[in-house]
Design a protein around this ligand. Sequence first.
Ligand SMILES: Nc1ncnc2c1ncn2[C@@H]1O[C@H](COP(=O)(O)OP(=O)(O)OP(=O)(O)O)[C@@H](O)[C@H]1O
Ligand SMILES: O=C(O)C1=C[C@@H](O)[C@@H](O)[C@H](O)C1
Ligand SMILES: [Mg+2]
Length: 440
Amino acid sequence: MINQQAPSREKNILFIGFMGVGKTTIGKLVANKLNRKFIDTDEEIEKEYEMPVSEIFHQLGEKTFREKEKALITKLSEEGNYILSLGGGAFLQEEIREACLSNCIVFYIHLPWESWKERIPLIIDSRPVLQGKSINEIHELFQKRQEIYSHYHYRVETESLDAEEISDRIVALIHSDLFPNEEKAAKRLLTVKNVVIGEDIPKICVPIVGQTMHEIIEEASHLKAIDFDIVEWRADFFEDVEDIKKVKEALTEIYAILSPSPIIFTFRSIKEGGEKEVSSEYYAALNKAIIETGMADMIDIELYSNEEKTVQEVVQFAHANNVFVILSNHDFQKTPSKEEIITRLCRAQKLGADLPKIAVMPKSKEDVLVLLDATLTMNEKFADRPFITMSMAKKGVISRLTGEFFGSAITFGTAKKASAPGQVATSELRKILYLLHQNR
Ligand SMILES: Nc1ncnc2c1ncn2[C@@H]1O[C@H](COP(=O)(O)OP(=O)(O)OP(=O)(O)O)[C@@H](O)[C@H]1O
Ligand SMILES: O=C(O)C1=C[C@@H](O)[C@@H](O)[C@H](O)C1
Ligand SMILES: [Mg+2]
């Protein structure tokens, strides 16, 4: 068992979830491992009335219990350094939800119905809300309650894990960089040439996707008449991308036409939605050669398609040459969970990205909400620098418009041809971003 000193972070850590999912059991273990005082709100109320919760319900009524529960939890939420396990129905009350979400770090303990129902015999005698109900009625209550638990900071999946394993995972998370730290530095802005990234209206980046030198020059010239902030050269579209000399020549043309607009150099691999695949050696060599030209202001490096060592090397080399780095990740198959999206952005931040970036594919409207929710939480709790997120394709278009509200600092618009699904024409994008900015 891990036995560590109480961390300096002082917010209460609090567990919510349906009856019997293990809040009390897990809360005690976590408190023990963190050397923090544990309080179970059901047990506190039982002590005060000197009777079990089921007796309080029978003798004094549920209303009395709920009033006491509200007074106790709102008071405790304002104190610090506790590990708090709530009764399963506590989050039914809005005042409790609001107090806990603003004052504490809320962990939602989740167990799927099929596993949860195995626990009924263990808990039925002490949970009055379950008593006298058929299995279908209990199932209905279980489903209905999921909505009240949808407000949390972290969700913990507990299926097939014992309480020790669950508490170890929670403690590891609390000690990781993914956990909000009160002393976190204020968010930096990123100034690239005359563009300040990370404040006000998200900056518009337009891609150049020409295949031939001629097409590239034509696109760059066309951009001169367009109101964009940053240009991204997607070199993977270029027919001669495997010839470093020709790549430098094409970049020289783009630079001559578009400087002083900031230029991002990107080689996007097929596995991350791009056009070509090259060896990791060539990928590193190409990016280093471009960094050395001094014409690219930023390079985009794929965080998960390369060994961490390669990523670190290129980041170091770029920074030594005053080039900023986007560490990107693209999932064209799905939208990972909120926690996973934040984990990937935090990893990019930790590896020295000036701009962490993630693009994910939604299969449903809910997936778009997951991306926006992750963006908001990243922005408010974890980011110490600007970052970029987007939900792709038509379903995800809203995420390309609302960066100022949720926290994405750059949005990709099209001039002639899109470089990824869901990009909106730059002229339209500008109008919408401005409209939203005026009404923020
Ligand atoms: N991970 C686990 N695996 C198996 N059994 C567990 C696990 N966690 C808790 N239990 C068992 O499930 C039962 C309910 O656990 P516990 O009292 O901690 O739930 P709770 O979430 O606090 O419930 P309530 O909302 O009613 O207070 C207990 O018998 C406990 O031993
Ligand atoms: O889910 C509920 O409504 C309850 C859960 C228990 O923890 C107790 O707080 C009480 O039995 C009510
Ligand atoms: Mg409990």
